[in-house]
Design a protein around this ligand. Structure first.
Ligand SMILES: Cc1ncc(COP(=O)(O)O)c(C=O)c1O
Length: 385
């Protein structure tokens, strides 16, 4: 590997920046490891591009720059061997918007949409918000590893099911779905003529050596025709506050339906979001590689420490989010318990499964170490431990 250029251990004070993550515990000694953004500064290439754009000083209505569109096409080809056409892209201010638009675009109100739980909350709220029913199919956990339960999936299907919302890689269980798993889902979708909406926001964050993210749309031209893929540079390059995402839809009819559902309700992408996205896809690779190495270290630390606390944690194959089973502690309100210990986590119930917490390790290692120490001390204080 070339010499390291980026310092992920740098202390950057985010207090006083209206950060959602840090403001939740303003003036309290609680280390925030909840909402999914990282405490790291974005790649210098992004910051420079933003400076340059800001210096221009005119911020009118802006379309996606031609250079960005090409950068996305090139990045998908380079990273996933996915050849897309420029016109397949639809720009969006966020992926949650994409999940909601997708829910509106397919089928009729009263239809059913399937998703796998535990899952990022908008997968469960988008269908009802657009008048559909959500069918939650629990993922199965065997020996600490989460996977698809195909029998449960078949059993959950109804004659009114029109769409499958897939989280790939999966937040919060950290799985990178294998080709075999994706093929099984694809066959299921083909058998029942379902549209697949695949949220691939974490695709650039595969930590496990030897694993690769496979966009489900790349399985075959037929799969591509039934798939809405949602992507963004936001998680990977830590620019979620800049709101620039996109959908890739190869089928003209499906794409038209998606755009129609956007109506005049979905706003333009912020022009600085476009600027950041182009710089990320063109110049962010070395930063991303160093980030992944750093995150791998954090992941291993969490795994080692949390296991040492007598808890079970799923191996994080992708994302910077650990999904921790705290059922054995008997703690009734784990979020409250760990907040009282000085650590702010996300509660499993938000993702549709109680007895778990999600820990965001996208922060500098010393802070993570301190948070884990606090957790260990608090757990030791429990009766019988
Ligand atoms: C799977 C998934 N989709 C979407 C989002 C949020 O996307 P956006 O901020 O672009 O709406 C997140 C954020 O954590 C996520 O984990």
């Amino acid at each position: 590997m070339t010499q390291k250029k980026f310092d992920f251990d740098e202390i950057i004070d985010r207090r006083g920046t209206a950060s959602e993550k840090w403001d939740r515990y303003r003036d309290r000694d609680i280390i925030p490891l909840w909402v999914a953004d990282m405490d790291f500064r974005s790649p210098p290439a992004i910051i420079e591009a933003l400076h340059e754009r800001v210096n221009h000083g005119v911020f009118g209505y802006t379309s996606a720059p031609e250079g960005l569109v090409q950068a996305v096409v090139d990045a998908l080809e380079a990273e996933f061997h996915w050849q897309i056409r420029k016109e397949w892209i639809t720009w969006l201010p966020g992926l949650v918007t994409g999940l909601n638009v997708s829910s509106r675009a397919v089928g009729e109100p009263g239809d059913d949409i399937i998703t796998f739980t535990p899952v990022y909350p908008p997968f469960m709220s988008a269908p009802p918000l657009s008048g559909h029913n959500v069918i939650k199919v629990p993922l199965a956990c065997q020996a600490g590893r989460w996977g698809l339960d195909l029998a449960a999936l078949e059993a959950a299907l109804t004659p009114k099911t029109r769409q499958l919302l897939l989280c790939s890689p999966h937040n919060p269980v950290g799985r990178v779905w294998t080709r075999e798993e994706l093929v099984q889902l694809d066959r299921f979708a083909a058998r029942h003529d379902l549209v697949i909406c695949s949220d691939e926001i974490h695709a650039g964050l595969v930590l496990e050596p030897g694993l690769r993210h496979i966009p489900i749309a790349t399985l075959s031209p037929e799969t591509s025709r039934r798939t809405i893929t949602l992507m963004a540079p936001s998680k990977t390059y830590n620019v979620p506050g800049l709101g620039c995402s996109f959908a890739v839809i190869s089928d003209d009819t499906l794409r038209r339906a998606f755009r129609k559902a956007m109506g005049r309700i979905v706003p333009h992408v912020n022009l600085l979001g476009y600027t950041a996205a182009e710089a990320a896809y063109r110049h962010g690779e070395q930063w991303r590689q160093e980030l992944l190495e750093y995150l791998r270290g954090n992941r291993d630390l969490v795994e080692q420490e949390v296991t040492g606390m007598g808890l079970t944690v799923a191996r994080v194959e992708a994302t910077y989010l650990s999904w921790i089973d705290v059922r054995s502690t008997g703690i009734e309100d784990p979020v409250r318990f760990f907040e009282d210990a000085g650590v702010g986590l996300s509660g499993g119930s938000d993702f549709g499964l109680t007895g778990y917490v999600r820990l965001n390790f996208g922060c500098r290692r010393e802070l993570l170490r301190e948070a884990l120490r606090r957790m260990r001390v608090a757990l030791k204080g429990l009766p019988g431990r």
